[in-house]
Structures are given as structure tokens and as C-alpha cells.
Design a protein around this ligand. Structure first.
Ligand SMILES: C[S@@+](CC[C@H](N)C(=O)[O-])C[C@H]1O[C@@H](n2cnc3c(N)ncnc32)[C@H](O)[C@@H]1O
Length: 238
């Protein structure tokens, strides 16, 4: 167990090392990026995730909170609520497991689930599906890092320190589900918002495998694809 954790930390450190990131940056630059410019999202004047998550909890009188991916507990420690669980295989939170391991054993239901673990489409899709199984009626699922500003911020493999991953693809997919009502709050690198209720703005997007959708489609009209909403407006539709 100790050796496994040690190796896990070493591998994560290696993947995130400057040399590896630089290698993948040039790989994406030469083979993948089509020269698309920054979209121009500016989060500096928006509320941050700590304010937003706590405000949602307080306004809706939520009692239980699950955070997937806690890192240094910046958000997890900030949240004040009766019952909270934080899941992270490496550091922070209260449960030292991956989200898959946690959900395979879990029996609890939650009012608010914040997904911020492994930022790849496949993992986030699983985290959403599992979270939907354990969401209380009138609860909400939130997803961090849904609005990359440019190709490199979302490219996988990761190629720079500031990285959202391709979480945005999972939001686009959920937007096409008639039984989920899905938004992206324009705050803190994009906070995806998923309600388990009829979709009020269904996205028509024909696709059999959302892992393969192109960044240029997102770049063309992120507001339409992601259903972007300001926090003040979002508050009114809970
Ligand atoms: C971006 S950080 C989380 C930041 C934190 N939620 C906050 O708002 O301050 C991502 C964390 O996800 C964790 N993580 C990576 N893979 C995971 C997985 N499969 N399940 C749960 N957590 C995972 C990492 O160990 C890392 O600590």
C-alpha cells in the first residue's frame, strides 16, 4: 500500500514535470492545434467557486456535500455544511480512494456534488453518471474547469500548468440529454451545473462518440454549446 502510494505520487510528479509538459505542448502545436486564438473568457471579475458553492448550499438549505478531487482542501475546508465527504486518491478530503473506488462502495446520497478529480472526458463522464445515482431530489452536480480559453488549456495529454482538460466535452454530451438540465456558469474557469430534471434548452448535436468532438466546434460558439450563464441568473433557476 505504501509502495503503491509512493509510486502514484512519483508518476503524477513525472507526468506534470516541465519537460514532459513541454514535449506535449510542441506535440499539440505541430500535430493538433489549428491556430485558433484565445476565446477571451475573463474570470477575474467573477465570483470564485468557494463563494458560489457555499452560496448554493446556503440558499437551497442543502445538508450534504461530496467533493471529488480535493487536492489541498482549499474548497473542501471552506465549505460549511452538516455532512461532507471529500474523495481523493492522493491528498486532501476525507476518503483516500479514486472516485470509481468510492462510488463502487458508497451508499450515501448527497444534495451537492462537486466534481473536480481527473479532468479527462472519460473519467468525468463516469463521475457524472455515478453522481447522478447518488444525488438527492432537488440536488445539483457541479463540475469545475468547463471553459477552456484555448486549445492548449484543454488538450490531452496535458501540456501546460493551467489545464482544464476536456471536461467541456462531457457538458456538451449532457446538454443533448432530454432528462438533464445543464448549464455552465461563467465563473472560476467554468462551473458546469447539472440538474436531474427536464432539459429546458436541449442541444441538437448529432454525435456517436463525444470524446471525439473537435475543439474548433467549441471555439466557434462556446456560449451556444455550453449554455453559458452568469451566476446571478443561475441562482434564479434552482
Ligand atoms: C484540481 S485538484 C482539486 C482541487 C479542489 N477541488 C479545489 O477546488 O481546491 C484535482 C485533484 O483530483 C485528484 N484526482 C485525480 N484523479 C482522481 C480520481 N480518479 N478520483 C478522485 N480524485 C482524483 C488529484 O489527486 C487532485 O488532488
Amino acid at each position: 500500500m505504501i509502495i503503491k502510494k509512493f509510486l502514484q505520487k512519483k508518476i503524477i510528479r513525472f507526468i506534470n514535470s516541465q519537460k514532459v509538459l513541454k514535449f506535449f505542448f510542441y506535440y499539440h502545436k505541430f500535430f493538433n492545434n489549428k491556430g485558433l486564438k484565445d476565446i477571451g473568457f475573463d474570470f477575474s471579475t467573477k465570483k470564485n467557486r468557494k463563494f458560489i458553492v457555499q452560496d448554493i448550499i446556503d440558499t437551497n438549505k442543502y445538508n450534504s456535500y461530496l467533493e471529488i478531487g480535493c487536492f489541498d482542501d482549499e474548497l473542501f475546508d471552506f465549505i460549511k455544511i452538516n455532512n461532507k465527504i471529500g474523495v481523493d486518491p492522493v491528498t486532501g478530503g476525507t476518503v483516500r480512494l479514486t472516485s470509481d473506488q468510492f462510488f463502487s462502495k458508497n451508499k450515501e446520497y448527497f444534495d451537492c456534488i462537486f466534481i473536480d478529480g481527473l479532468h479527462t472526458y472519460n473519467q468525468v463522464k463516469k463521475d457524472i453518471q455515478n453522481s447522478l445515482k447518488f444525488l438527492n431530489n432537488n440536488g445539483v452536480i457541479l463540475l469545475h474547469d468547463c471553459l477552456p480559453n484555448n486549445f492548449y488549456e484543454q488538450a490531452t495529454p496535458r501540456c501546460q500548468f493551467t489545464w482544464n482538460g476536456d471536461v467541456w466535452k462531457a457538458i456538451v454530451e449532457c446538454r443533448t440529454n432530454k432528462d438533464l438540465d445543464v448549464y455552465t456558469c461563467y465563473a472560476d474557469f467554468g462551473i458546469g451545473v447539472i440538474f436531474k430534471r427536464s432539459n429546458r434548452n436541449l442541444l441538437e448535436y448529432q454525435c456517436s462518440d463525444f470524446s471525439k468532438i473537435k475543439f474548433k466546434d467549441y471555439h466557434k460558439n462556446p456560449y451556444h454549446l455550453m449554455n453559458i450563464i452568469e451566476y446571478d441568473k443561475l441562482k434564479k433557476i434552482f
